[in-house]
Design a protein around this ligand. Sequence first.
Ligand code: THU
Length: 132
Amino acid sequence: MDKKELVKEAIKVRNNAFVPYSHFKVGAALLTKDGKVFVGANMESASYGLTLCAERNCIFGAYAHGVRKDDIIAFAVVADTNGPVSPCGACRQIIAEYINSNTPIYLANLKGEIAEYKISDLIPYFFDGSEL
Ligand code: THU
């Protein structure tokens, strides 16, 4: 599966976002080395702070199925943004902890723009738990 196809999976699941408050839908898709795709969308709460982002729903779901860092070969996020979507800081922290630093992260929008990053570029010097 190439990056366009992975972004397509993120666009598909984005339609299932539950966003009655912000109306801002986000989709995420994660590809494993054995070709499995795990997806997530943002889920909002009337108690706004309980909202969960698409990226974390996707990553945590994959991990719940037994996926681990070394299994993940690509991660894609998409929203209806002007430029490629920019993940929030909390999700960057989680991506940095759950996905290898050299794994491609595709940030996309509905116009077909896809930017490729490594998580180390998106959150340098993150809290990695090594002091815990
Ligand atoms: N959101 C995400 O799903 N991912 C991000 O990286 C940024 C924000 C969601 C949370 C909320 O449902 C909506 O977008 C507006 O903040």
